[in-house]
Design a protein around this ligand. Structure first.
Ligand SMILES: CC(C)(COP(=O)(O)OP(=O)(O)OC[C@H]1O[C@@H](n2cnc3c(N)ncnc32)[C@H](O)[C@@H]1OP(=O)(O)O)[C@@H](O)C(=O)NCCC(=O)NCCS
Length: 145
C-alpha cells in the first residue's frame, strides 16, 4: 500500500534524504554537495511511503517563470521500481501544480529515464543533450492546461 505525502523539508528531511541518498549518491555517484541544494527548503516535496511508514520514493517541484514548474529529485528505491510509484509521484505533483494554476511543467530527464517521462506524457524539447552531475540529460515538458 503506497501513500503519497505532501512532505515538509523541516519535518521529513531525513525520510526524503534516505531515499535520495540511496538512489542519487550511492547508486548514481552524484556528489552530496550537488544532490542537496539551496532549493530544498523552498521546494514542494512529495514522499512515497510504503505501509504508511517506509520511505520508498521522492519528488520535488519548484516554481519557475511564466506559470511553469520544474520537477526534480524523482527517485524510487531500486527494490520498489516498476510498481507505479514513480508515476504516482509525478501525477500527484502535476495535479497539485494544476490546481494551483500552473500551466506547464518541465524537468531535466536523465537520458535513461526518458521512456518513464514519455509514458507520463512529457515531450522532449529542442534543447540538445547536456550533462548534469556527469549524467547525460534532456529537457522535457508537459502542458497542464
Ligand atoms: C525513473 C524512476 C523514478 C521510475 O520509477 P518507477 O517507480 O520504477 O516507475 P513506474 O513503475 O511508475 O514506471 C512507469 C512506466 O515508465 C516506464 N519505465 C519506468 N522505468 C523504465 C526504465 N528503466 N526503462 C524503460 N521504461 C521505464 C515503463 O513504461 C513503466 O511502465 P511498466 O512498468 O508498466 O512498463 C526510477 O527508475 C528511478 O528512481 N531511477 C533512478 C533515479 C532516476 O533516474 N531518476 C530520474 C532522474 S531524472
Amino acid at each position: 500500500m503506497i501513500q503519497v505525502l505532501r512532505a515538509s523539508w523541516n519535518l521529513h528531511r531525513e525520510q526524503l534524504l534516505a531515499v535520495r541518498r540511496e538512489v542519487f549518491i550511492n547508486e548514481q555517484n552524484v556528489p552530496e554537495e550537488i544532490e542537496i541544494d539551496e532549493l530544498d527548503p523552498i521546494a514542494h516535496h512529495l514522499l512515497a511511503l510504503l505501509s504508511g511508514k517506509e520511505p520508498v520514493g521522492t519528488a520535488r517541484w519548484i516554481i519557475g517563470e511564466n506559470k511553469c514548474i520544474r520537477i526534480g529529485r524523482v527517485a524510487v528505491l531500486k527494490s520498489n521500481r516498476r510498481d507505479g510509484i514513480g508515476s504516482l509521484l509525478i501525477q500527484e505533483a502535476l495535479s497539485d501544480a494544476k490546481k494551483s494554476g500552473f500551466l506547464r511543467a518541465h524537468l531535466h530527464a536523465q537520458v535513461s529515464s526518458i521512456p518513464f517521462y514519455s509514458h507520463l506524457g512529457f515531450k522532449l524539447t529542442d534543447i540538445p543533450e547536456f550533462e548534469e552531475a556527469g549524467i547525460p540529460h534532456r529537457e522535457m515538458e508537459i502542458q497542464l492546461a
